[in-house]
Write a protein that binds this ligand. Structure first.
Ligand SMILES: NC(=O)C1=CN([C@@H]2O[C@H](COP(=O)(O)OP(=O)(O)OC[C@H]3O[C@@H](n4cnc5c(N)ncnc54)[C@H](OP(=O)(O)O)[C@@H]3O)[C@@H](O)[C@H]2O)C=CC1
Ligand SMILES: O=C(O)CCCC(=O)O
Length: 490
């Protein structure tokens, strides 16, 4: 690490298994690369099946004792973890920005966001209440108690390397589960740093285990967990094809699954909207993490009567965005995560233009800024035949589609296999409830572009997955319900 101030104790280059920092069984490593420059930051273990099994062994053994630690004691450890994370916000923010590319303010913001989930689930740990059920016959006592499911495998993406770890590992710890985790190839360092802080906070050995792997070896690691009947749950955030693969491969051991998968969020601007507020909301939601967020608007529908006014205001804002590395505090859009991401964005823009869309702003790579940069882009004349309307672009591209009426736009918004988030702007209260109820998504933003909050249930429907993270529902998937029935004693 050259240009940031992250202390060496937070920049780990080892797996963490059974409370020990160790290299992989085979002694292999892979490079973690700075997406802004392509330079190697550090090398971490390229693990395989033996490392995955060792992690599962440790998690299984630790489960026997961790599940019995009183909820209040677990909550105190989680609270200490939260305090340590917040006390290192600047360093962790710099590390996130370094390996993931998001601007420094967003990197630090993600640390606070991650900590909010840790704090939340620390508090929720003490509220895992059961039921006393009225018995249908005299003398009988009936109870429903909640128990941790067991070892949980957390497979996390690169776009929010801290927040995704926090909102998977914190509820697991809170409910009494133990964890094996495999972070994305592109961003293992933040996960390892968070786990180093969990260790300092007093999380006992074996309760959290992290195994890093390159894209090539990831299936070997995850398959070892999928085949292991001791792993009782998978919590995954990432692409829909990988999520479906995990669901199929979990069938033989009937694991519980939480799948937070891709989106194709519609953002609808009705003619009765406050156009300036709609532009603000779109800027906040679309350009968060450079457009690499599963709840980012992917299709923007604007009613014909206000289309040109909205497009003009939006183009002015998007054209003024500053693209550059996290080392420059004025950067608002960082590099995309890797060459594959840039290629997908470029393919979507080229396809849209070939099918008749017009580039209002941007439209191409920015090689003068660096290898993985794409200009913030606004397209007009987008339609449902274009790749940018059917697939998640995951980049800073806003395709505008003109619409005439409410029925037409709701049908278009729902015309996708995905169902994670949707947004619309309107000042008509009757329309607000009608449209919010008609949209087939797990999350709806009404006159609001920034929806994220630890107290809110986050998750989708249809091909965007199932299960909810955060909120009072966020522990449900880590628990099962046991019915205890006591008969009459003489
Ligand atoms: N819902 C969301 O927040 C996210 C959505 N996406 C969508 O997916 C697209 C592709 O991104 P990508 O990073 O390739 O997403 P992936 O779904 O491939 O990666 C997410 C996680 O799954 C792991 N993984 C990949 N293949 C397997 C496998 N066969 N078995 C088990 N685990 C696996 C990855 O490991 P490794 O990194 O080592 O391959 C990573 O930890 C994006 O453009 C975006 O559209 C991506 C990330 C997050
Ligand atoms: O799945 C993602 O893209 C990360 C979650 C973003 C959020 O919490 O808003």
């Amino acid at each position: 690490m050259d240009h940031d101030r992250t202390a060496p104790e937070l920049v780990r280059n080892a797996n963490y298994i059974d409370g020990v920092w160790k290299k992989s069984d085979q002694g292999r490593y892979f490079d973690v690369v700075d997406p802004a420059t392509g330079a190697t930051i550090v090398r971490v273990p390229d693990s395989g099946a033996a490392d995955a099994r060792a992690a599962a062994d440790a998690a299984h053994e630790a489960f026997a004792t961790w599940r019995k630690v009183p909820a209040k004691a677990r909550a105190l450890i989680i609270k200490r973890w939260n305090d340590l994370v917040l006390s290192r916000q600047d360093e962790l923010g710099a590390l996130i920005s370094r390996e993931q590319g998001k601007p420094l303010a967003e990197g630090k913001g993600e640390v606070a966001y991650a900590a909010s989930y840790i704090e939340w689930f620390g508090e929720e740990a003490t509220r895992v209440n059961g039921d006393v059920i009225p018995a249908p016959v005299p003398g009988r006592r009936m109870f429903a108690v909640k128990e941790p499911v067991g070892v949980v495998a957390a497979i996390t993406p690169w776009n929010f390397p801290a927040a995704m770890i926090a909102r998977k590992i914190a509820p697991a710890l809170a409910s009494g589960c133990t964890v094996v985790c495999k972070p994305a190839e592109d961003t293992p360092l933040t996960s390892l740093a968070l786990v180093a802080l969990a260790e300092q906070a007093g999380v006992p050995k074996g309760v959290i285990n992290v195994v890093t792997a390159s894209r090539e070896r990831t299936p070997e690691v995850v398959d070892a967990w999928l085949d292991d009947p001791r792993v009782r749950k998978i919590t995954f955030t990432g692409s829909t094809p990988v999520g479906k693969h995990l669901a199929r491969r979990s069938a033989d051991t009937l694991k519980k699954l939480s799948l937070e998968l891709g989106g194709n969020a519609p953002f609808i601007v009705f003619e009765d909207a406050d156009l300036d507020a709609a532009v603000e909301g779109l800027m906040a939601s679309k350009f968060r993490n450079g457009g690499q967020t599963c709840v980012c608007p992917n299709r923007v529908f604007v009613q014909a009567t206000v289309h040109d006014a909205f497009a003009g205001k939006l183009a002015a804002r998007v054209g003024a965005l500053k693209t550059g590395p996290a080392t420059d505090p004025s950067s608002q859009i960082g590099p995309m995560i890797n060459e594959r991401a840039i290629e997908k964005i470029e393919r979507h823009v080229e396809d849209a233009v070939r099918r008749g869309a017009k580039v209002l702003v941007g439209g191409s790579r920015l090689p003068a800024v660096g290898p993985n940069y794409f200009a913030p882009t606004v397209l007009t004349g987008a339609d449902a035949t274009m790749a940018c309307s059917c697939e998640e672009t995951f980049g800073p591209v806003v395709p505008l589609t003109r619409f005439e009426n409410e029925d037409e736009v709701v049908a278009a918004a729902n015309d996708t296999p995905f169902g994670l988030a949707a947004y619309f702007y309107s000042r008509d209260v009757r329309r607000i409830w009608r449209v919010a109820e008609a949209l087939e998504t797990g999350i709806v933003g009404v006159n609001e572009g920034a929806l994220a909050a630890e107290a809110a249930p986050f998750g989708g429907v249809k091909d965007s997955g199932y299960g909810r993270e955060g909120s009072v529902h966020g522990l449900d998937d880590f628990l099962h319900i046991k019915y205890i029935c006591q008969g009459q004693l003489d």
